[in-house]
Design a protein around this ligand. Structure first.
Ligand SMILES: Cc1cc2nc3c(=O)[nH]c(=O)nc-3n(C[C@H](O)[C@H](O)[C@H](O)COP(=O)(O)O)c2cc1C
Length: 229
């Protein structure tokens, strides 16, 4: 590829991500309000969290595949849910692959209101915060393949997922993103994983619209089939 073609390709890729976030901003984000009653401000960088083997929320199975996910039922676009959108996809991956799972639960709850959540998330993003995770982290050493799923927040993984990614080493493993979203697709999640773990094999992720998560099983099956899983 010529230098010029490379630059054009890079600019086009950036344009797609920017357009997705702007599209979300215009279509989904509630109009700005003058004040926020967000129940917490952006968290400072978390003290480094160490993996541990005997956690309540630590996978205990003997699979070589781990599904890590973050998902919420309150403060979600479109109203409260009984099961989080991303959690649904995580469950479908588990059902099909027999994978173990680990849910990333933030130490401090996000607001139960959608708009307030968007504001807190924006603050965390601006501060490059690493909100603390409630439970001990899983020992990932025994897994060959790790899925990392989350809702897209402002075009990216939520910062609490970045806390997780900073704390575990997935180099040498096969790492696969999946997201639910309202227009941004995978956002920059795949690039984030590639940048964070240069020695990992990052495979093509799956992006599902939040409102279609409950019906996504055929898409999940086809995607996993394609990945050879
Ligand atoms: C703080 C916040 C930021 C969001 N930012 C985006 C975004 O940039 N692009 C997008 O498509 N959807 C965005 N959404 C919508 C969520 O990604 C979507 O509703 C998702 O399915 C929620 O999944 P969950 O139930 O697993 O938390 C945002 C939602 C919240 C709460």
């Amino acid at each position: 590829m010529s230098q010029r073609a490379r630059i054009v390709a890079l600019v086009s890729a950036l344009a797609v991500v920017v357009a997705a976030v702007v599209g979300y901003e215009l279509a989904v984000r509630p109009s700005a309000t003058t004040s926020t009653s967000a129940s917490r401000s952006a968290a400072p960088a978390a003290p480094s969290q160490r993996p541990t083997a005997d956690a309540e929320n630590t996978p205990a199975g003997d699979s070589s595949i781990l599904v890590v996910y973050f998902s919420r039922t309150k403060g979600v676009y479109g109203g409260d849910l009984t099961v989080g959108n991303t959690a649904r996809i995580a469950q479908m991956i588990q059902d099909r692959t027999g994978a173990d799972s680990y849910e990333i639960v933030p130490l401090a709850d996000y607001p139960s209101d959608y708009q307030e959540t968007t504001e807190v998330a924006q603050e965390e993003l601006d501060a490059d915060a690493r909100p603390e995770i409630r439970d001990p982290l899983p020992d990932v050493s025994g897994y060959d393949t790790v899925f990392v799923g989350a809702p897209i927040w402002w075009g990216e993984y939520p910062m609490v997922v970045r806390t997780f990614l900073d704390a575990v080493d997935l180099n040498g493993k096969t790492v696969i993103p999946f997201t639910t979203h309202e227009g941004s697709g995978l956002g920059n999640t795949q690039q984030q994983l590639e940048a964070q773990y240069p020695q990992a094999t990052v495979l093509d992720g799956l992006a599902v619209r939040g409102s279609q998560a409950a019906d996504a099983e055929p898409d999940v099956d086809a995607w996993l089939e394609n990945l050879g899983l």
